[in-house]
Design a protein around this ligand. Structure first.
Ligand code: MSP
Length: 512
């Protein structure tokens, strides 16, 4: 069985989960579910990033110890993942003992191989990014009594000046190996625009980077010099290795690492497409197989932030629309790659058009006519159905799109099959035909077969709905237990099963 390791970035716990985090989690979950359908041995990892100055200060601000703060906030992310039906196999917290052990071993290996050395570091630091900047990377802010302020290019906040003895990772050595990696593996970082960004960062020239701090103690201690702790990013990135057994279970690590796929947002390309692959090379390991970079989900064209008070909690939308409808919207309406704007109206429109009118309506009219014309017993499809070719085409397009991490296109292809089947029913009008006639049985057998295939193909987006359709068709097991591509082949609805109508899957919304 092919292994497939997939990860989200691990969010900082100084914040509450918002729909930007939900967007990343749902996209990653959908790809993981797709690979389970393909029969891969999937290991899906998410978790929380709990060290660093940002977390330490946010704890102080609310009068908690860092430990109390991270315990409380990590739990919020775990609960949100459950609420969104995220099928992660593990939830890693960087404050866990297993992670401290792996980080120490990983960085000790790089140290022993000669790529870490001590130097004095002075420079501007942005606490929000948890990153040092060079002077020429800063942007000019307003002038005040102390002269012109220098601001972080990402957050637009004033930077602080830090000076300390730090251990440095010899990143400069890895310019060529990183460019070779990206040239030899053109799909390692996708989409191409993000790959070009990564290449641009490397071609600008790489300086050695400071990876430890002495001014704080909320972090993983440096094993060879305990006055230092690792700077948060260099501990956090190692989470991907920790969870699959780095340093504790070499067989497992060696089986999963070559199949590693990271899903991240565009703001952390530098860390995942430059620093992390270089650290891996320095530790004698291969860079990740893929880094898939998505854009930002914006609210009113703006980045969500605590200060702008524009964060939308996933829980509110789940309560309002249901988890599958929210998942479907995030995957279908915000294509993977560019930024997208969140709008309540778009969620309602997509809900009504694709879920209520197309999918919900197809199931409901098929089940109704099977009830009224065929005594509730579903017939088998015809081998030469006009829908067989459409189903095969839609399957190919769906599979190709999931494989290139284009969920929006994958769902468009699956929903094309639903639309074509609704049109097929409208032109054949089985509800007008004579009860029990071969014509009714033929048309409804075809439509039931489409519903069987659609239930499987929709698993990555709407897993609960898919299993419910499967159950109402009278099929044994679950839609998510089927294996592709075999299960998508035409003609497998057995016929003779009791079909249940049930309440509408997605009652139409009248708030638009
Ligand atoms: N802790 C680091 C990641 C360490 S991974 C070893 C971090 N945390 S974060 O909370 O700021 O972001 C976590 C993920 O959520 C990132 O991939 C980030 O790009 C993503 N998003 C945060 N806000 C987002 C949106 N508004 N829209 C989409 N994704 C966004 O970075």
């Amino acid at each position: 069985m092919a292994k497939f390791f997939i990860t989200t970035a691990i969010p900082y716990v100084n914040d509450a989960p918002h729909i930007g985090h939900a967007y990343e989690a749902v996209n990653t979950d959908a790809v993981a579910r797709w690979h389970r359908l393909l029969g891969d041995d999937v290991f899906f990892l998410t978790g929380t990033d709990e060290h660093g100055l940002k977390v330490q200060r946010s704890a102080e601000a609310v009068g908690l110890t860092p430990k109390e703060q991270v315990d409380r906030n990590s739990e919020r992310f775990r609960e949100t993942a459950k609420l969104l039906d995220i099928s992660n196999d593990d939830f890693i917290r960087t404050t866990e003992e297993r992670h401290h052990g792996a980080v120490k071993q990983f960085l000790q290996t790089i140290y022993d191989r000669g790529d870490i050395e001590i130097q004095r570091y002075e420079g501007p630091y942005c606490v929000s990014c948890e990153a040092y900047y060079t002077d020429d990377e800063l942007v000019a802010g307003p002038s005040g009594a102390e002269g012109q302020q220098q601001l972080c290019p990402v957050h637009g906040r004033p930077v602080e000046f830090f000076s300390e003895d730090n251990y440095f990772f010899k990143l400069s050595k890895y310019e060529k190996p990183l460019l070779d990696w990206l040239t030899d593996n053109p799909d390692a970082v996708q989409p191409d625009t993000r790959r070009n960004e990564a290449i641009g960062l490397i071609k600008q020239g790489l300086r050695d980077i400071s990876i430890t701090r002495t001014s704080i103690d909320w972090g993983v201690p440096v094993p060879w010099d305990e006055k230092h702790v690792f700077y948060v990013w260099y501990d956090a990135l190692v989470n991907y290795a920790t969870a699959i057994g780095y340093g504790t279970d070499p067989d497992r690590f060696n089986a999963f690492w070559p199949t590693a796929n990271h899903v991240i947002g565009k703001d952390i390309i530098r860390f995942h497409c430059v620093y992390w692959p270089a650290m891996l090379l320095a530790a004698g390991l291969d860079p990740p197989r893929h880094v898939w970079v998505h854009g930002f989900l914006l609210v009113g064209g703006e980045k969500m932030s605590k200060t702008a008070l524009n964060q939308i909690a996933p829980a509110d939308l789940v309560e309002d629309f249901g988890v599958d409808a929210l998942r479907y919207h995030l995957l279908r309406d915000v294509p993977f790659g560019p930024d997208g704007d969140f709008s309540y109206e778009r969620v309602v429109d997509r809900y009504n058009s694709d879920l209520a009118n197309n999918l919900g309506n197809l199931l409901s009219r098929v089940a109704t006519v099977v009830g009224s014309k065929l005594d509730g017993v579903g017939p088998a499809p015809r081998a030469d159905s006009p829908l067989a070719g459409v189903a095969a085409d839609c399957y190919e397009a769906t599979a190709a799109a999931w494989n290139r991490v284009a969920p929006s296109e994958a769902l468009e292809a699956t929903w094309r099959l639903i639309r074509e089947t609704n049109a097929y029913l409208e032109s054949n009008e089985p509800w007008k035909a004579e009860a029990g006639s071969p014509e009714v049985a033929a048309v409804l057998g075809d439509a039931l077969e489409v519903l069987r295939i659609v239930a499987i193909l929709a698993v990555p987006a709407v897993p609960t709905t898919s299993n419910e359709i499967w159950r109402r068709l009278g099929l044994p097991g679950g839609a998510d237990e089927q294996r592709l591509p075999d299960a998508a082949a035409w003609g497998q609805y057995p016929g003779g099963l009791a079909v249940e109508k049930g309440p509408p899957l997605f009652p139409r919304r009248v708030d638009r």
